[in-house]
Design a protein around this ligand. Structure first.
Ligand code: DSN
Length: 445
């Protein structure tokens, strides 16, 4: 590894020299994973390539510091610089998203969601959210999640495939459900929904029944920052998000809210749910917010959507059906059944993995197969876009996916595809040695 890369993946290349000699097992797997990320295609819709600056900050000495509390109100000494960093992170997020208040401490999107429930609900309260197999998230009240055990979640989903403009959020059902169940909170947002979610329709329904509105924008937050997805900020009472998906920062969560909920949200995060915040991650979030406030990032956001649309069109031409028949965000959800009735999500994911195309199997609405098998694949373009790929590469990737799945039992063909994937990745290295990071370089005006 060059010094440039070594300094990006962990602070100080001497530390990596030490690891190479003294803890070669972990060092070896770090190198393996680094090479895997560079030599295979990353299509997991919730992943991205963070900038070298973000990587360096998450590997910095800030990890050493305990800072329970909030800036100027800490429980331990020595936080004068940490306070500055967290204040900068909060200020940058406030400006980027035009919000009244922000909490940058949640360790993850799940923690952020739990904190909102803790702030706004009592155990047993009724909440409406999207069902997991319709595109929702575990923390949207799935039976296996503590959220489903602790609160009375009732679930809405999508209109059937057969209806005109099918597989869109079923707002008529949601409105009826809201009227009969009188929820305290309605949750908007999804992890596997390929369409833009309009917060104003949710707001209108919430207002009709006197409910609060939370928007979980974990997936589209980078698109929102880039101004290419409608913003729920100021419409929803509370917005949760993750910083590592389309937003391309460090792994973590955050919460935006109106003034009136600020105190409750902050108390729910600390001391309600978490102890010491991860200030190395908070600093990296500040860096990511700055990166996301540039014109360069606006161009990046536009390209993610264009790439997703071209990938979707290619897959349709290859004989796949897409849930909702297309996309207007960073992901496509592929229904494999029309392409090949015998092909399930597990086999598809494993076949693609074998040629270096990394994605995840995913349930499609009303999936007849179990969650560990599924009939679908979820593919996202945020990471490939960071590495500099554009429309022609998206067409190539779509065709490679179809070729792999058609020839999944043909070892020779799979070998040829793997070579082609490798060749493509070598031209779009997310961390090229000694060159400017493509996440910046490819989106310069
Ligand atoms: N695991 C995330 C995703 O893939 O969407 C959600 O938590």
């Amino acid at each position: 590894m060059s010094d440039f890369i070594r300094n990006s993946v962990a602070i100080g290349s001497k530390a990596l020299d030490y690891l190479e000699n003294e803890d070669s097992e972990i060092y070896g797997y770090l190198c393996d994973e680094f090479n895997r990320q560079r030599s295979t295609l990353q299509l997991i819709a919730s992943e991205n390539f963070a900038s070298p600056a973000v990587l360096a900050m998450t590997g910095s000495v800030l990890t050493n510091k305990y800072a329970e509390g909030y800036p100027q109100k800490r429980y331990y000494g020595g936080n004068q610089f940490i306070d500055e960093i967290e204040d900068i992170a909060r200020e940058r997020a406030k400006v980027l998203f035009s919000t009244d208040h922000v909490n940058v401490q949640p360790h993850s999107g799940s923690s952020a969601n739990l904190a909102v429930y803790q702030a706004l609900l009592n155990p047993g309260d009724t909440v409406l959210a999207m069902r997991l197999d319709q595109g929702g998230h575990l923390t949207h009240g799935a039976a296996a999640s503590v959220t489903g055990k602790m609160y009375n979640f009732q679930q809405y989903g999508l209109t059937p495939r057969s209806t005109d403009g099918g597989e869109r959020i079923d707002f008529d059902y949601l409105r009826d459900l809201a009227k009969t169940s009188k929820p305290k909170l309605i949750v908007a947002g999804a992890t596997a929904y390929p369409r833009e979610i309009d917060p104003t329709v949710f707001r209108a329904i919430a207002d009709e029944v006197g409910a609060l509105l939370m928007f979980d924008s974990a997936h589209p937050m980078g698109l929102i920052a880039a101004g290419v997805h409608v913003s729920p900020v100021g419409i929803a009472d509370v917005v949760t998000f993750t910083t590592h998906k389309t937003l391309r920062g460090p792994r973590g969560g955050a919460i935006l809210c109106k003034h009136e909920f600020a105190k409750k949200i902050d108390s729910a995060v600390f001391p309600g749910l978490q102890g010491g915040p991860l200030e190395h991650v908070v600093a990296a979030k500040a860096i990511a917010f700055k990166e996301a406030s540039t014109e360069n990032f606006v161009r990046y956001g536009r390209q993610i959507k264009e790439n997703s649309s071209i990938l979707g069109e290619t897959l349709i031409k290859e004989g796949f059906r897409l849930v909702s028949n297309g996309t207007d965000n960073h992901l496509v959800l592929v229904d494999l059944r029309d392409f090949d009735a015998d092909l399930d999500g597990k086999i598809a994911q494993e076949s693609l993995d074998s040629v270096g195309i990394t994605c995840n199997r995913n349930q499609i609405p009303d999936d007849p197969r179990k969650p560990l098998v599924t009939s679908g694949l979820r593919l996202g373009t945020a990471a490939m876009t960071t590495s500099g790929m554009k429309g022609s590469q998206m067409s190539q990737v779509g065709s490679l996916i179809a070729r792999t799945l058609r020839n999944r039992n043909d070892e020779n063909e799979l070998k040829l595809i793997k070579d082609e994937v490798n060749d493509l990745c070598s031209k779009f290295d997310p961390y090229p040695e000694g060159e400017m990071w493509p996440g910046m370089a490819n989106f310069e005006a």
